[in-house]
Design a protein around this ligand. Structure first.
Ligand code: SF4
Ligand code: SF4
Ligand code: SF4
Length: 309
């Protein structure tokens, strides 16, 4: 009998197997209550209006995380990824439009208060740690199903397609490398302008509000992205241009896991839970699945799929 590969598992899940697997894990960290941040929640504030696009944070991230710089598009000359990938946990991108308006944007894991990646992982390989709310990945529990990739509303986790034993790669807030020793992350320590800074969630939110108050009319709708989006995140954004232009999705105040848990707890009373939970999440899963499949096709076309997939 042929062996069940990671891809077989993924296909089965996509075709409905998820209805059997997901409900066991697709529980909000809150169990249905709204999720708060731990008092010492590690947090980052990125202010796009003062980012110069120097990319010092990107180099610092690779150095701190011992990631080989992605120089594939520059013939090995310099780091030049086009998006987050298995060698890039942090990226600076540029938004510009024909009117001449532009803005840089830093992208990395948002460390959601109620993370869909944690809820979506059937094997608890991702977890949100209790002390600082950092979302970390445990390779010893991961089977490579990539549910986390599909569940994440920000398309953050990336898969090491070119490795024999692939890992899920995403920003883990430099927890092992720096945070647990009381040091700030690589990216915030390297930023020369203060565009990205580190502190507790409470302090970062206060600093964001202080900046908005001190520069009236300079920030989009005087809003802090991440305060409530998708149930709230531990990474905040300030911007002059609409957040959607920077690739930050418009999300409701309720996290997907929270919504799914709430609906399923009602529906379980009618004994129809698994199918309905899957249906509730189908929209989000379907949207993310398209990105995920495009990613897979790209790697297939490049002949970079490892044997075991
Ligand atoms: S941004 Fe995505 S990967 Fe990061 S914690 Fe949220 S759901 Fe998980
Ligand atoms: S916190 Fe660490 S892993 Fe995350 S983007 Fe910054 S340097 Fe990279
Ligand atoms: S180091 Fe600071 S100014 Fe430079 S690209 Fe990163 S966030 Fe922007």
């Amino acid at each position: 009998m042929s062996e069940l590969t990671r891809r077989d598992v993924l296909k089965l899940a996509g075709l409905g197997g998820a209805a059997l697997v997901l409900p066991a894990s697709l529980a909000s960290a809150s169990g249905g209550e709204s999720v708060g941040a731990p008092p010492l929640a590690a947090s980052m504030l990125y202010d796009a209006t003062i980012c110069t696009g120097c990319k010092a944070c990107m180099s610092a991230c690779n150095t701190t995380n011992q990631l080989e710089p992605d120089t594939r598009l520059s013939d090995g000359l310099y780091q030049m990824p086009v998006d987050l990938n298995s060698r890039t946990k942090n990226i600076i991108k540029l938004y510009s439009d024909p009117s001449g308006s532009y803005s840089f944007v830093k992208r990395q894991c948002m460390h959601c208060l109620d993370p869909a990646c944690v809820a979506g992982c059937p094997f608890h390989a991702l977890e949100k740690n209790r002390d600082q709310g950092v979302v970390t990945w445990d390779g010893s529990k991961c089977i490579g199903c990539r549910y986390c990739e599909i569940a994440c509303p920000y398309q953050i986790p990336k898969f090491e397609w070119d490795k024999f034993n692939p890992r899920i790669v995403k920003c883990e807030f430099c927890y092992e490398q720096r945070l647990k020793d009381g040091r700030q992350p690589g990216c915030t320590s390297a930023c020369p302008t203060g565009a990205v800074i580190y502190g507790t969630r409470e302090n970062m939110l206060a600093e964001a509000r202080r900046r908005i108050a001190s520069r009236p009319g300079q920030y989009y709708k005087d809003r802090v992205y991440g305060e409530t989006e998708g149930g709230g995140t531990q990474v905040f954004y300030l911007s002059r241009v609409p957040f959607s232009k920077l690739g930050l999705p418009t999300l409701s105040e309720e996290s997907n896991p929270h919504y799914a848990t709430k609906v399923s707890s009602r529906i379980y009373g009618w004994l129809a839970g698994p199918a309905v939970v899957f249906a509730v999440l189908f929209g989000a899963i379907n949207r993310n699945w398209k990105h995920h499949e495009a990613d897979r096709r790209e790697h297939e076309a490049e002949g970079r799929l490892p044997e075991q997939l």
